[in-house]
Design a protein around this ligand. Structure first.
Ligand code: NDP
Ligand SMILES: N[C@@H](C=O)C(=O)O
Length: 455
């Protein structure tokens, strides 16, 4: 069995187990992980299909192992992991992809189908986690990726038991994440919409053609990282903020790297300035393909302390500023039948946090508006993505946490954090991933947090 020889591959030397690997998403995941340098144990009941994929991966210079396994059989799952570990090494990544669904209303009472879906989608996932979790925690390293579904978030007539099983995956995953986050183990849920398998092999994260992106809040922190990343991927980037001196420094850096960037002074709370930003961008770089609404501010202070001017500032930037930018690009994007709006939300768009009430409200606004806008423009060729970061090391984070004067909040939040937080580049990568997927693909939400700071 050949294994990856180049150690510049991101998963070089890692061992991955992928269930449901004989077709569809599981086969595509296996190929992608092998191409990234991992040694992949592919598990499914149809061993003949696995061996075909194994041969294809080997011809590409990858390392794959075909293992017949029915995930509903705990003994077979334990054998799968033992065989993998003795052949390839300790398991670093488990992808619980095996799953089945039947489209039939419950009132038609095909209870044996209920049992089958529970056995594969719930017990099968638990069997696999049970076989790897102790080893991962002992090694202080591991990643469990559970294939959930859009049905893990919203109900759909005819697939009640399937939906229930994916809600199980979501709930169990969120709890397991909290349990093992300090053991060096990460837990990720993937929530696909309809997927036409067989898979597609095009490598993501590269831009098909020169696209024009506008990034607000680009003078530092996450916005600066996004600008650099998009420019490096080939986009022409208009960077907007009030501190144009900082923008110009970043523009120079990008130019030295051979990229194309424009520094534009703009206060997103000023609608006229935003319209001028877009007009200048379109006349200089071309029609706007991507808008990244990144500019945002927050103040850590309990509402009862009544700093109402801070409330207004956060509403003006995080809500009105976002609306001003969308208002300046949405018609053009719909006319061109092409566009991508990326709204920088936050983990605080998903949960409350003492001291962040108005900020949290602004991010909940972003989430609700984005979900609705997405439905309005999805047939106009326009996509809307929300990025939901946990704590990210930026000037904003450092400033707000070190200048906090609210006693109640000072008891709650320490800085630096007791665990590693995210780098701005990590968030920039999520934006690049979302905007480089093919037009028919919509990455709607990406929640990315410090491993030890899960929701
Ligand atoms: N850091 C974190 O932990 C997290 C941040 N986020 C979100 O990420 C985004 C960026 O945060 P982060 O990089 O940390 O913040 P920073 O404070 O480091 O940077 C904020 C950026 O926004 C710009 N900005 C602020 N107000 C305005 C305005 N009125 N008009 C134009 N630009 C403005 C600033 O530029 P200038 O002052 O030059 O105008 C700066 O470039 C925000 O939306 C934030 O809510 C979400 C989750 C976590
Ligand atoms: N880290 C928060 C801002 O400080 C956020 O999650 O947005």
């Amino acid at each position: 069995m050949q294994s990856s020889t180049r150690d510049d591959k991101p998963l070089y030397g890692k061992v991955a187990v992928v269930t449901g690997a004989s077709s569809g998403i599981g086969a595509a995941i296996s190929r992608q992980l092998a191409a990234a340098g991992a040694k992949v144990a592919m598990a499914a009941r149809r061993e003949n299909l696995l061996k075909k994929i194994q041969d294809e991966i080997s011809k590409e210079g990858g390392a794959a192992l075909a293992v017949r396994c029915d995930v509903t059989n705990r003994a077979e799952v334990k054998e799968l992991i033992q065989h993998t570990e003795s052949t390839l090494g300790p398991v670093d990544i488990l992808v619980n992809n095996a799953g089945i669904w039947v489209i039939r209303c419950m009132k038609n009472l095909h209870e044996e189908e209920w049992d089958q879906q529970v056995d594969v989608n719930i017990k099968g996932v638990l069997n696999c986690i049970g076989a790897v979790i102790s080893g991962m925690c002992e090694r202080k390293r591991g990643h469990i990726v559970n294939m959930s579904s859009q049905s893990g978030k919203t109900p759909l007539v005819g697939i009640a038991v399937y939906t229930g099983s994916k809600f199980f995956v979501e709930g169990m995953s969120r709890t397991l994440r909290q349990e093992v986050c300090k053991d060096g183990v990460r837990v990720t849920c993937i929530q696909p919409g309809e997927v036409e398998t067989p898979g597609f092999a095009r490598y993501l994260m590269t831009m098909e053609d020169e696209q024009v992106a506008v990034v607000t809040g680009a003078s530092c922190g996450i916005g600066a990282a996004i600008s650099r990343q998009l420019a490096a991927a080939g986009a022409k980037v208009a960077m907007a903020a009030r501190r144009v001196n900082l923008l110009k420094e970043i523009q120079d850096d990008i130019s030295k790297e051979g990229g194309v960037a424009l520094a534009v002074k703009c206060d997103v709370t000023n609608r006229a300035e935003v319209k001028e930003l877009i007009q200048h961008t379109e006349s200089t770089l071309g029609p706007v393909d991507i808008l990244v609404n990144n500019a945002g501010i927050w103040v850590i202070r309990c509402m009862k302390n009544l700093h109402e001017e801070e409330w207004d500032q956060q509403v003006d930037v995080n809500i009105k500023g976002v609306l001003n930018c969308i208002g300046a690009v949405i018609s053009g994007m719909c006319e061109r039948k092409r566009g991508h709006i990326v709204n920088m939300s936050s983990e605080n768009g998903m949960k409350p946090a003492v001291g962040f009430a108005v900020y949290t409200g602004s991010k909940f606004f972003v989430e609700g508006m984005s979900r609705t806008l997405r439905q309005e423009v999805c047939k106009d060729g326009v996509r809307v993505t929300c990025i939901q970061p946990g704590d990210v090391e930026t000037p904003g984070l450092a400033t707000t946490l070190t200048t906090m004067d609210d006693e109640q909040c000072k008891q709650l939040y320490t800085y630096p954090f007791p665990y590693p937080v995210l780098e701005p580049e990590v968030i920039a990568q999520t934006v690049l991933y979302a905007v480089t997927t093919p037009d028919h693909v919509a990455v709607n939400e990406i929640l990315v947090q410090p491993r030890e700071g899960p929701l």
